[in-house]
Design a protein around this ligand. Structure first.
Ligand code: C2E
Ligand code: CA
Ligand code: CA
Length: 760
């Protein structure tokens, strides 16, 4: 009997040791508390075993000390465990009272050998052997009071927790409460029955196992079920559970309302689902999208079906979740639209257009494609003069025009500011139609009316792999060749344009060197009076290029005007003119020289100071150096430029208005700019086919100059007829191929000799 009991205790102890091991390794924070509590259960059990097994009084005593003090330890660790388990850190002070009581009890027990006040053992006969029965004294009563008091406190705590916690939580407190009550009753029964073999030790061991299981492994099923049901019920997505036969056995609230089944009529859900979403048969695992309706009203669903597995059976059923993510999809679509479209015009933005073009080209690489660059001329002026609102309106109108009747396989968008881009199949492009549409295009809004000038630069794709931005660069380059053309709206890119750009870059790189090497020289074109006497000349720049020969200013002047190097070139020309005049001081003191001043010069040099210093340096009379300006000088910084002109005139220089009649505001300029001469270019007037009309205009201009006290100079005179006509009109000075072409200085001087010879 004893032996059987002893073996049970031993096995229990071993099992508890295993529990301690696992409890310590548990990832849960309470694991250590559980381990300590279980460890505390072992000494009383061993102690009890000693009492039962021994014949020796001393060993029985030791067993009892282990048992009693062990009980204090159990209560100590039980209290600590409880604080953790119930999550009631705020009760820590109570814990100290418990510690104090237990410590006092342990001390009074330890001094029992001295005072013999707690207990002793008496030998009795049991089961044919000596058994040491406990004889309790006052100290032992104190011990019991302390243990029961602590036990009571803990029981109260667990009772309160059980009652107060929500029902789903109560279970975990209740199981501990129950384990404690059963263990305590069992224990109490043995203590008071005074049966020699204390079977309650088994209860203590079992208690350890229960704590181990409940604290670390037990997951309250009811709690889990409720939580799951709560979560599932709260979910916005519809959920349907199916058994292995594919019958719907449950659906959550959104599922019920989605299928419109009656509450509880779950099996009906399947038919409703298949009617709406097609086959939802529950065989495999799958996810799919479903779009219901079209356009603005389209609704998007995500259907996902998964089998439910269990450790024993591979498939115990399956569930289907259906999420209505219409809002998400719309938001997505909105965001995507914003990221890929220009907010003002609604067209693609540049990045997205490029992407679309790349896509288009690579999908049909064998087709002929055009890359078209659109630009609105002078758009900045539209904004400045009519305001941004009208500017926006213009952009929207142009965008609408571009989007109109676009053929298939065409993509277009807004590149930036006032530029748009299109990629279309070459066979769809109708140049004539476009020219017609763009000629005389007008944009109106309320009282505003704007004659919009749109130019198209076109690049035909040769290599579809080429960077789209490079293609547009080429189309833009083509456009730049007709930028100032009001008649032509479409320009095609040619390889020569690119070589032209390269050539322009080369020229810019060579200019400084060319000036130093005197490759930049003035050619002189004579100016005569009505009698044919040469009175002066215009200095026209030429570049004697070592590789390309004699270059006309048309080749390089626009290049330098664009990059500002024109000032460097003009300064060199002005100096050359002064050198010539200084030489003529002796031989031809009556001759003047006209030099050209580019509007761009005003930005890069102090024109007035520069020219005044030059004549001073060469000791010239200022009126010998005539200055040709164009009306475009007055287009910007009017005040500043006017001041420069005034300054030069008061210093004695004669200022001529070049190319008079070529611009649109010539007449207007006359009253603002102080001038000495008007230079009228025949070629601007001969454009008109009606000769009588041309004649009348010329007559008017010459008369106007006369009235304003200005010298009228006519240039571009090519025939004797023209010469006679203009002379008859009263024109003062003449320049043109009829008299002579521009020539180098030596030739000019030879020409002079010959002319004077003729006249003599
Ligand atoms: P521009 O100042 O109006 O010069 C007159 C142009 O008309 C010259 O061309 C001249 O050769 C040309 N021409 C003269 N008579 C006739 C004629 O009877 N018929 C025709 N069809 N043309 C005639 P060029 O020398 O090629 O100069 C072109 C333009 O280059 C000049 O026009 C001027 O704007 C610019 N340019 C020339 N030299 C300079 C310069 O030193 N500095 C600056 N900034 N520009 C210059
Ligand atoms: Ca000129
Ligand atoms: Ca001119």
């Amino acid at each position: 009997m004893r032996k059987a009991f002893a073996s049970v205790i031993m096995i229990l102890t071993a099992v508890l040791c295993v529990c301690i091991f696992f409890a310590r390794r548990s990832r849960k924070p309470i694991g250590r508390n559980v381990a300590a509590l279980i460890a505390a259960l072992i000494p009383p059990m061993i102690g009890n075993l000693l009492i039962i097994m021994t014949q020796d009084h001393l060993v029985a005593d030791i067993g009892s000390y282990m048992y009693f003090i062990g009980m204090d330890l159990i209560m100590f660790f039980m209290a600590r465990f409880t604080i953790r388990y119930c999550n009631i850190e705020r009760y820590k002070p109570l814990l100290y009272v418990i510690y104090l009581l237990l410590a006092a009890d342990a001390i009074q027990l330890l001094i029992n050998p001295v005072f013999n006040h707690a207990f002793d053992h008496e030998a009795i006969e049991f089961d044919g052997a000596v058994h040491w029965r406990l004889v309790p004294y006052m100290g032992q009563t104190f011990h019991r009071v302390v243990i029961y008091a602590v036990l009571a406190i803990l029981l109260i705590r667990y009772t309160v927790m059980t009652v107060r916690s929500p029902r789903v939580d109560a279970e975990r407190y209740f199981v501990i409460l129950l384990a404690m009550i059963v263990t305590a009753l069992w224990q109490t029964f043995y203590i008071f029955s005074r049966t020699p073999i204390d079977r309650s030790m088994i209860g203590l061991g079992v208690f350890g196992l229960l704590i181990f299981y409940f604290a670390l492994y037990y997951r309250p099923v009811r709690l889990l079920n409720r939580m799951m049901a709560g979560i599932v019920g709260e979910m916005p997505e519809a959920l349907f559970f199916f058994d292995t036969n594919g019958k719907c056995i449950w659906a959550n609230e959104p599922g019920v309302s989605m299928t419109g089944i009656l509450p509880g009529e779950f099996p009906a859900a399947k038919e409703a689902l298949e009617k709406r979403f097609g086959d939802v048969d529950m065989e495999d695992e799958w996810t799919r999208r479903f779009v219901e309706g079209r356009g603005e009203n389209a609704r998007y669903f995500l259907l996902q079906r998964k089998p439910v597995q269990d450790r024993r059976t591979p498939v115990v059923g399956s569930f289907l979740r259906i999420r209505d993510d219409t809002e998400e999809q719309r938001k997505h679509a909105r965001e995507r639209f914003l990221a890929t479209h220009d907010p003002l015009t609604g067209l693609y933005n540049r990045e997205f257009l490029y992407e679309q073009i790349r896509h288009l080209l690579s999908s049909q690489p064998d087709r002929r494609w055009l890359i078209i660059f659109h630009n609105i001329k002078n758009f900045k002026i539209v904004n400045d003069v009519f305001g941004n609102e009208f500017g926006d309106h213009v952009l929207r109108r142009v965008a609408a025009w571009i989007s109109e009747d676009m053929p298939e396989d065409t993509v277009y968008g807004r590149l930036a500011g006032d530029t748009f881009g299109v990629c279309m199949p070459a066979d769809q492009f109708d140049e004539e139609l476009i020219e017609r549409a763009l000629t005389g295009a007008v944009i109106r809004q309320d009282s505003f009316e704007y004659a919009v000038q749109i130019h198209l630069g076109i690049y035909e794709v040769v290599d579809p792999e080429m960077d789209v931005s490079v293609m547009f660069d080429r189309a833009r380059l083509a456009l730049s060749t007709i930028q100032d053309n009001y008649q032509k709206h479409v320009a095609w890119y040619g390889e020569e344009m690119r070589t032209d750009v390269i050539r322009r870059q080369q020229l810019s790189g060579q200019l400084t060197d060319a000036i130093a090497k005197q490759q930049i020289v003035p050619f002189l074109q004579p100016v005569t009076d009505r009698n044919g006497t040469v009175v002066g000349a215009e200095a026209l720049v030429r570049w004697i290029h070592p590789e390309r020969g004699l270059l006309s200013p048309a080749v390089f002047v626009p290049v330098f005007e664009e990059n500002g190097m024109i000032a460097e070139m003009d300064r060199s020309m002005w100096r050359s003119a002064c050198e010539i005049l200084a030489r003529w001081n002796r031989d031809h003191p009556e001759l003047f020289l006209s030099v050209n001043i580019s509007p761009k010069d005003f930005y890069f040099v102090d024109v007035s100071a520069e020219i005044r210093n030059l004549v001073k340096e060469f000791g010239l009379a200022p009126e010998k150096l005539r200055l040709e300006i164009t009306e475009t000088v007055m287009m910007t910084d009017e005040e500043k430029h006017l001041a420069v002109i005034n300054e030069l005139r008061s210093a004695g220089f004669l200022v001529e208005m070049d190319d008079f009649g070529s611009g649109y505001s010539s007449m207007n300029m006359l009253k603002d700019i102080p001038l000495d001469a008007l230079k009228i270019d025949m070629k601007f007037l001969s454009r008109s086919s009606e000769e009588t009309k041309t004649r009348r205009i010329l007559q008017m201009i010459v008369g106007l100059a006369e009235d304003l006290g200005l010298v009228s100079v006519i240039e571009g005179v090519e025939t004797e007829e023209q010469y006679r006509l203009l002379a008859g009109m009263g024109c003062r000075l003449f320049q043109g191929y009829y008299i002579a072409r521009p020539m180098d200085v030596d030739s000019f001087e030879a020409f002079l000799e010959q002319r004077t010879g003729l006249h003599q």
